[in-house]
Design a protein. Structure first.
Length: 114
């Protein structure tokens, strides 16, 4: 399984970005997909996940600002990021969980300037 993430870039504080992650296989039956992020010098952490039933989970730091969604017909998971803060600066990775394996995308860099 390959995951292609895109949509990162440089944005000013208060701005918005939308990340996309396209999977090389159908995600219809994939129970959980998610976005994680890794800031410089920090460990990778969860940003948001979404189940195939549409249940979402967010890190406290992004609640109310980020929205995760999935389009099974396009094999794509999105992360809409609003009201961005400098502390949101990180490489964002999408993740796909199968019963016996976990797959990661290559990451897309988000830089928020103050």
């Amino acid at each position: 399984v390959q995951l292609q993430a895109s949509g990162g870039g440089l944005v000013q504080a208060g701005g918005s970005l939308r990340l996309s992650c396209v999977a090389s296989r159908s995600i219809f039956s994939i129970r959980t997909m998610g976005w994680y992020r890794q800031a410089p010098g920090e460990e990778r952490e969860l940003a948001a996940t979404i189940s195939n039933g549409g249940t979402t989970n967010y890190a406290d730091s992004v609640k109310g600002r980020f929205t995760i969604s999935r389009d099974n017909a396009k094999n794509t998971v999105y992360l809409q990021m609003n009201s961005l803060k400098p502390e949101d600066t990180a490489v964002y990775y999408c993740r796909l969980d199968l019963p016996l394996a976990t797959y990661w995308g290559q990451g897309t860099l988000v830089t928020v300037s103050s």
